[in-house]
Design a binder for this molecule. Structure first.
Ligand code: HEC
Length: 106
């Protein structure tokens, strides 16, 4: 009996640990196909170009920045030109999709 409750304790500790781990690396899994659509729908393409490397704004195809920095850029662009995109406009999932899309192209 004692052994089985210790086992249950161990299992719940492992489960809890994995939850913490998942919460820590909260980069949602993005879908590049959807990201491509959001990129056009939110008009990123009007400044960054339809392929992310052929507009007047900086090239962002093959984006060389972490997901956290990317999302901060979207949420508060800190730029007089680039608009901000709050979560009500681009959800966390859509942002991850766009990120995956930009990573998938050059
Ligand atoms: C009205 C024009 C405009 C639109 C629309 C726009 N951007 Fe930008 N973006 C800019 C400009 C200009 C910069 C460079 C200024 C800066 O980084 O401070 C920039 C910078 C960025 C950067 C940082 C690039 C780097 O190397 O530092 C990212 C990432 C980015 N934009 C993504 C997006 C995404 C994704 C969208 C659509 C959801 C978007 N932008 C829509 C104009 C725009």
């Amino acid at each position: 009996m004692a052994a089985s409750s210790q086992y249950r304790m161990l299992v719940s500790m492992v489960l809890f640990g994995s939850l913490l781990f998942l919460a820590a690396c909260n980069t949602p899994q993005g879908d590049p196909e959807n990201g491509k659509k959001w990129f056009a729908m939110h008009n990123c393409s009007s400044c960054h170009g339809p392929h992310g490397n052929d507009g007047k704004a900086p090239h962002i195809a093959g984006l060389d920045m972490g997901y956290g920095k990317f999302v901060r850029k979207l949420r508060s662009s800190d730029s007089p030109i680039m608009p901000t995109f709050p979560e009500s406009t681009i959800s966390q999932q859509d942002a991850a999709d766009i990120y995956a899309y930009l990573k998938s192209i050059k």
